[in-house]
Design a protein around this ligand. Sequence first.
Ligand code: SF4
Ligand code: SF4
Length: 450
Amino acid sequence: MKNDWIQQVQDAGIVGAGGAGFPTHVKLNAEAEYLIVNGAECEPLLRVDQQLMERDADILVKTLDQWVEAIGAKQGIFGLKEKYHGAIAALNTAVQNFPRISVHAMPNMYPAGDEQVLVYETVGKVVPEGGIPLQVGVIVVNVETLLNLAKAFDGEPVTETYVTITGEVKNPGTYAVPVGTALPTLIKWAGGVSVEPYAVIDGGPMMGKLIEDPEMITVKKASKGYIVLPADHVRIQAKKKSISQMLKEAKIACCHCNLCTDICPRYQLGHDLHPAKLMRMASYQSLGDASASLDEAYLCCECGLCETACIMNLQPWKLNISLKGQLREMGIKNSHNKAPEAPRAFREYRNYPTHRLIGNLGLRIYDVPAPIRENPEAVEEVRIALSQGIGAPSVPVVAAGDQVKRGDLIAKIPEGKLGSNIHASISGKVIALGDESVLIRKERQGGMDQ
Ligand code: SF4
Ligand code: SF4
């Protein structure tokens, strides 16, 4: 049975909908003690998972129970924040006839959705340095991924994803968007931009990427939201700052207070990640000391909390990203694999409240609802990327000029590689086939949509 289900998941092209887009058929092809649904949605302003858990509680609980059985787990857990009152009430009602499924409410802190933080908060296990939850008997899936698993049971592939569009738009909202839809379409659906000049972050304000040209962006399966902000907003300026500028400032301003290390969620879990020491090494070109090495950067989850803690507005996370890139280029791998049995003693007092984070980021006025809305119009054209996340780009199985229906396979996993199948997200004609994407346009004949 399990093999059939894994095949269904692979056929449906499901990837992790809450992160880097790891292929779900690979993740679920394992045995684990716990299957945890990551419903923390800890990035400020995003509003997808909390609403899906409230709206679709019954189907989510049923599907989780089925997969708990399939992977041989003893328990399935929804991990979400205690402030999601509607979702908690709906899930608590839905789990009543499912003794293996429970709901775990976590404090309203950042980054509750970091996989390793979530695992510790829900089952009290610390994932080893540089490791994955499976090493402590846990598989984690995102809420929307679970919804896609439910659809896969009905033979429905992934053709759409839920996306919040918020910030400086007239009507913040959350939409079920065909994969490949252009970002300007979403901005239009949300009533248009209400400030000029503006900038857009792809994802949450902490870990999301600054978009260079919003006209060129299309929605991917793992997209979760877009935040429109004034171009001179502090969050935009912080993301724009170059690593060399940041390190120059660090040389002058870093007071070695160690706050960035004290607040770091991975350090607090017991991992040997010391952002303060890495900043000292980089800004003074020193080799540091015997208790720290540059490849600690591999232990960083890039949550960005160290910047929020820093009274000098420095960005240790940016240094870590840069270090990881340089180390990989040199072929140097992570040497850290310590497996702490418990987190550091004062971890519970170091949680960073999300409401404070929102204030510190200058986002208080944008912390508003973004309700799930009907799409106001059909999408006429999609440009679907052949790379939808981790793994090799998919190989097209259509040619320019082909007619496709929504849900048809248009690109498949390359033989023997890690990747995901891709399906047409609207019905229409394949207009162009590039190295990186497939362009599909809805055709009209005699005034009728085909
Ligand atoms: S981004 Fe900063 S706070 Fe987050 S894990 Fe990395 S070093 Fe720690
Ligand atoms: S918090 Fe800022 S000032 Fe303090 S050690 Fe870290 S980078 Fe330096």
